[in-house]
Design a protein around this ligand. Sequence first.
Ligand SMILES: C[S@@+](CC[C@H](N)C(=O)[O-])C[C@H]1O[C@@H](n2cnc3c(N)ncnc32)[C@H](O)[C@@H]1O
Length: 313
Amino acid sequence: MKFTQLCYLPVWYLKNVIFRKHGPLQTVLFVTDYCNLKCKHCFEMGHQCKEMKSIDKIREELIYAHSMGSRFLDLEGGEPTIYRYTDENGRTYDINDVIALAKECGFNSVTITTNAQMPFEWVKADFVWVSLDGFREYHDAVRGEGAFAKLEENIRRYHELAKDEKGRPRRLGANIAVNNINKDSVRDTLMYVKDSPYLDSIAVNFHTPYPGTEELMLSMEDRCRIIDEVIELKKAGCPVQNSVSGLKIMKRRGFKKNCWISNFIITDGTRFRACPGETLGICDDCGFCMAGEMYAVMHLKPDTLIAGMKLRL
Ligand SMILES: C[S@@+](CC[C@H](N)C(=O)[O-])C[C@H]1O[C@@H](n2cnc3c(N)ncnc32)[C@H](O)[C@@H]1O
């Protein structure tokens, strides 16, 4: 991120937090609902395999989000790396065209989350997260037989082939959603990331009970126990992206959310000013630790501000 882009952050904070003109800093844009997996914890809309958003629609949505003040983009799906759209002139667009378009529209940084089931070293996002829902058989129990082996092969490829502007291997983060299937694998997963030559950090999230997936949600007792374990592992040197302040807030059910910091535009084009979980009435049980991080940012917790900067720079 350039210095001028960095200067936008205090300006945004002043306008949106101090003067309460609530508008997004980040946009979560769903580009497709096509997916090559059918994970047990995923919402139904995540793998319907019906819609590739047109590039014109994506351009319109990016211009809209940017005009609202958003400068960080996270591309989601479905599986964003399988995004392909062919226009009336026969030109086919992929996720790199969406990333280039976002930069043209003025976004400072574009991130993506992938299931890493296919090679993805060609993806030009500023930062890539791979979903790692447990160590070996735990990951496969959530995501399907053989998913962990494919992930391992493709993160190794990414490390070997994807280079930054100085020719160094690009950073790669993991993301775990802890649920009732993989809760006993958290320590092994964090240790796996710590020892991995290919992954440099892991973001910890908890299951969010989308309709049809409620039984995978952890009890509050389990969640608190796992948060304590994650904090202990972080203090012992595991590269956990979450800040300690953000994690501690996730132990409190029903804390005040500031989810207007991210706006969401889903695959059918519906625009939400905040997380769509609000319309489902599941905010009190939300497991996305970004909610805790946002709360801590609003309260200017130094460790959270540093964790955020580390990720974005
Ligand atoms: C919906 S997936 C889409 C991107 C890509 N296909 C993938 O699997 O990473 C994005 C992230 O949301 C997480 N996720 C899906 N359902 C969830 C739930 N109910 N609670 C918490 N995280 C969830 C996934 O584990 C993944 O890391």
